[in-house]
Design a protein around this ligand. Sequence first.
Ligand code: NAI
Length: 286
Amino acid sequence: RGKRAFIAGVADDNGYGWAIAKSLAAAGAEILVGTWVPALNIFETGLRRGKFDESRVLPNGSLMEITKVYPLDAVYDGPEDVPEDVKTNKRYSGASNWTVKEVVETVKKDFGTIDILVHSLANGPEVSKPLLETSRYGYLTAVSASSYSFVSLLKHFLPIMNPGGATISLTYIASERTIPGYGGGMSSAKAALESDTRVLAYEAGKKGQIRVNTISAGPLGSRAAKAIGFIEKMIDYSFANAALQKELRADEVGNVAAFLVSPLASAITGSVVYVDNGLNIMGAAG
Ligand code: NAI
């Protein structure tokens, strides 16, 4: 039987989540995705109308199939956590069962188990503010959406993950070195995500023989990154200063994710794996 993957954080064909889905599909996995509720309509309409067909082409010429798209908001663990104004918000009221716990229950009902969990989502409402100007709300929201969301997804999916399974999340070098412009507590959120990768590798390894790794990816002009406002600068900086002076393609990250969740990586867990053209090793401009 092929493996089944749930990829949280796909809402278009520009981000790392889409690229990872494609690499996993090319390796024979069945693809389920979790899409942020406010982005669900546009994404599903695009899929239906063939907007993404060109980007669905796999190396063998076939098209990636997404078996099911689940609405998801990973900042809410269960229905009791959803505030009234969100429940009644027009962008949310059209969908149902989108809290983490409910999504996992639905996946269990639909398919029984999964093998691979991918977390490719982040959100920080004050990302464009320096840390010194970030509010407590902005900081905690960044950590809730970008770090605890992974803890929650793993906690709820673990009971239906087949032993030998694996998870991947996406992190950024701003966790360990100062990147001006990546504010709002997002650098703190990535530091938490990396630390949690080590702790959860131990806990999920012990509990369910599940591996937990994170990819520290170089800059990509995704929708989320464009919203931050400095991505073109970071792409140019990387192109000029990384060990490999070439463009970084999303599928290079997708391919490493596919490796890390495969049996080829059966002894790798708790690791931060850099897929950044070697930018992280540089200590001065070339
Ligand atoms: P993206 O826009 O393709 O992905 C982010 C996704 O998160 C979007 O689909 C958005 O709808 C979803 N999302 C936001 N809040 C959510 C919530 N509460 N519940 C569920 N989904 C939610 O952008 P990108 O850049 O591919 O981001 C994927 C991951 O890669 C993120 O963790 C990001 O921090 C990380 N990353 C991105 C880099 C870049 O330069 N683009 C560099 C290093 C890491």
